[in-house]
Ligand binder design. Sequence first.
Ligand SMILES: *[C@@H]1O[C@H](CO)[C@@H](O)[C@H](O)[C@H]1NC(C)=O
Ligand SMILES: *[C@@H]1O[C@H](CO)[C@@H](O)[C@H](O)[C@H]1NC(C)=O
Ligand SMILES: *[C@@H]1O[C@H](CO)[C@@H](O)[C@H](O)[C@H]1NC(C)=O
Ligand SMILES: *[C@@H]1O[C@H](CO)[C@@H](O)[C@H](O)[C@H]1NC(C)=O
Length: 381
Amino acid sequence: MHPAATSDGSAAEGDGDTLESVSYHRDSNHKHMFSGVAIKITLMLVVLGTTLLILNQSNYPIMFFRNLNSNANLFSFPQYMPPIPPPTSLVKSPRPKDENIELEKTLRSAVMKDNRTVIITNLNAAWTEPNSVFDLFVESFKIGNGTAHLLDHLVVYAFDKTAYERCKAAAHLHCYAVTTEGVDFSGEAYFMSEDYLKMTWRKIELLRTVLELGYDFIYTDADVMWFRNPFKKFYTDGDIEMSCDHYIANYNDVSNTANTGLTYVKSNNRTIELYKYWYNAREYFPGKHDQDVLNMIKGNLLVHQIGLEFRFLDTAYFGGFCEPNKDLDEVITMHANCCIGIQNKMHDLTMIIHDWKRYMDLPSSNRNSTTTSWTVPRICH
Ligand SMILES: *[C@@H]1O[C@H](CO)[C@@H](O)[C@H](O)[C@H]1NC(C)=O
Ligand SMILES: *[C@@H]1O[C@H](CO)[C@@H](O)[C@H](O)[C@H]1NC(C)=O
Ligand SMILES: *[C@@H]1O[C@H](CO)[C@@H](O)[C@H](O)[C@H]1NC(C)=O
Ligand SMILES: *[C@@H]1O[C@H](CO)[C@@H](O)[C@H](O)[C@H]1NC(C)=O
């Protein structure tokens, strides 16, 4: 048999090799069968061989499936997706109760009174240096059109001590110190490093808790600049709305490539189930971050069974460097997506802030097609 490229073929071949080598030893023993002792020894060897053979065979299917499961590449094709256990049977509340009490205290002080919504962002030390991404983020609210008051509702998940202190130093922000056992997030968590992944999954866990506590939220990465009130363009129906790297289809079509950098989620049983499911699905996609995993499960039958409705936000309003908004008159947010590394993000986000200021400073009668578009992306693309 030719070695086949599939794990199916090679497993079958491995099985054949084992059979051959066992029967060869048995034959060679037959040639030296001269005494009763030899017969007894041979019989023992035959029994031992047969036992080994049976053990071997019964082991194979297990090993085969284990290998298959660890092959993450297979799962980029939805048709190979294994049934992920129903989300209800999964996570208990893995965190101590007092963590929820502390979080709820923060949420209560930040919430928009009319609609029980909070805005949440993630922060670690590397993003809080003076003149850093976080400064630009906060500035965008201040220079945005009708966004300054939203800062009062911003909860910062501070992933280390420095981030927490910087958050506290900024007026009006609501700071929550995130604890994660055995991880120091104070350096730049390089994109897709182990710490980066731990941070993103801890975030997903904490966002689920927010939903369980009954709060709606808008999660925003700190490299999303806010220039107008997003509620103006959010859909009123649906359970979860997210920005896109590429908005390629209808607002409710899961084939849009979601970018979780801006996500508006209403607290209900469906979204709680989704966040449990999403968090647990990480084990089926080792080494993938939250966004990749969401893109892989969003069309899954189980998500459909939960009855959850996705909404995808048009990049014309919620743009990014992957697909910039075309018209500043329409811009709600601008995300430094499709851009890796703090220095690159800083460079182009600084230009974004500059573009916006220039745009806002012009009387509307003086605006033209040049002044109503971005000068970015420059370094990011
Ligand atoms: C929720 O409240 C905030 C702050 O008062 C407001 O800006 C926003 O438009 C409200 N959203 C909805 C959907 O009413
Ligand atoms: C800013 O908001 C006000 C009030 O909603 C609106 O009249 C004005 O046109 C907006 N300006 C820009 C530049 O969008
Ligand atoms: C979930 O469903 C139960 C039972 O229908 C209901 O009592 C509860 O309020 C729901 N929780 C949320 C967050 O909607
Ligand atoms: C657009 O407006 C800016 C500022 O008002 C002006 O400097 C520029 O020449 C104008 N461009 C065009 C193509 O009209």
